[in-house]
Design a protein around this ligand. Structure first.
Ligand SMILES: Nc1ncnc2c1ncn2[C@@H]1O[C@H](COP(=O)(O)OP(=O)(O)O)[C@@H](O)[C@H]1O
Ligand SMILES: [Mg+2]
Length: 325
């Protein structure tokens, strides 16, 4: 078997007193998509920056397309694309001018740069805005241009750091199509995302990080079977306190109930869902707690994330990153 397109071994990175990475190992087979997940501050962007040669690790090694990211940084850069919170696009140039400039910088001649820019503008549905300066683009248009810019030089390895954050559902599914088409052509993709549905849909392999470490890896199905059992989901009737529902059913669960008071829901891992459903309903009714909805379902990737990290994947905006954009 050929070497994976991305290999990281024992990556360590400190920022002053902060251990951003404390020994991260990961591998991404060529032509596959790795979804890198973790709560804010887990170290995902730091991993991407090390692999994309923007940051030197304090310890450990990484190879991208077979090349060491520290010793062969310039050669690595010629083979990768990067779209993230720090894309190198110029707000005072038009979309087309930005893409053409990037094409020229990556060695295309004038005609080839113009043609590639046109292709990407069409593919990302930016044709109508192509000749407007970026400053006037909406957030979603700007993000599509960032991703288009990372593809100008047809990289063999692509890093996408939260590529669809802030995109509407249509923009998101458009980008999913593009990513699927790229991998069908052999491109390797490492993407970070807050949308676990996105990782579920796109990623061949998933790595979950927390506090600078890898805490789980596998396919989506492997991770789901690891957290085990079914999920019992209860929705409180108006005026009913979901925390009291949780107390009533707590000892039927194989894990503690998770209460979302905003949504009025309780979710709990259970071993034999159908067997204890009647018992759960009887207890709620005995306590006078009315529900409007009851469901038994297989664990989602969100349940996996919650079980592993103790928090939900969309636990609020990433202020540090928004601010540095
Ligand atoms: N340039 C930096 N200077 C200081 N601390 C940083 C810097 N970049 C990241 N960090 C810190 O390193 C940790 C990991 O950050 P990051 O890789 O951005 O996480 P994620 O992308 O998973 O949200 C966080 O505690 C963050 O505050
Ligand atoms: Mg980040």
């Amino acid at each position: 078997m050929s070497e994976p397109a991305i290999v990281a071994e024992g990556l360590v990175k400190r920022f002053g007193a902060v251990d951003a990475l404390s020994g991260v190992d990961l591998q991404v087979p060529a032509g596959s998509v790795l979804g890198l997940l973790g709560p804010n501050g887990a170290g995902k962007t730091t991993v991407v920056r090390v692999l994309a040669t923007l940051l030197r690790p304090d310890a450990g090694t990484a190879r991208v397309a077979g090349l060491d990211v520290v010793r062969r940084a310039a050669a690595v850069r010629r083979r990768i694309g990067l779209a993230g919170q720090y894309a190198a696009v110029d707000p005072y140039l038009t979309g087309r001018e930005n893409l053409q400039m990037i094409g020229r910088l990556s060695g295309l001649n004038r005609g080839a740069a113009r043609q590639r820019a046109g292709e990407l503008l069409d593919e990302f549905d930016l044709g109508a805005a192509a000749d407007r300066v970026l400053r006037g683009y909406s957030g979603g248009m700007r993000r599509r241009l960032d991703v288009a810019a990372s593809l100008v030089a047809r990289p063999s390895v692509l890093f996408l750091d939260e590529p669809t954050t802030g995109l509407d559902p249509r923009g998101r599914s458009g980008l999913w199509h593009t990513i699927a088409a790229l991998t069908a052509q052999g491109t390797t993709v490492l993407l970070t995302t807050q949308y676990l549905e996105e990782a579920d849909h796109l990623a061949d392999g998933i790595v979950v990080m927390d506090a600078g470490r890898v805490i789980a890896k596998g396919t989506s199905d492997e991770l789901k079977s690891q957290v085990g059992g079914d999920r019992l989901e209860l929705r409180a009737a108006p005026g009913v306190d979901p925390a009291m529902m949780a107390t009533a059913v707590r000892d039927l669960g194989s894990g503690p109930p998770v209460v979302d008071s905003g949504d009025g829901t309780v979710v709990m891992a259970v071993v034999d869902g159908p067997g204890l459903l009647g018992d759960a309903m009887a207890r709620l009714s005995a306590a006078g707690l009315r529900v409007t909805d009851v469901a038994l379902r297989r664990p989602s990737l969100d349940d996996v994330f919650l079980a592993l990290t103790g928090q939900s994947a969309t636990a609020g905006p990433d202020l540090a990153e928004t601010g540095s954009r």
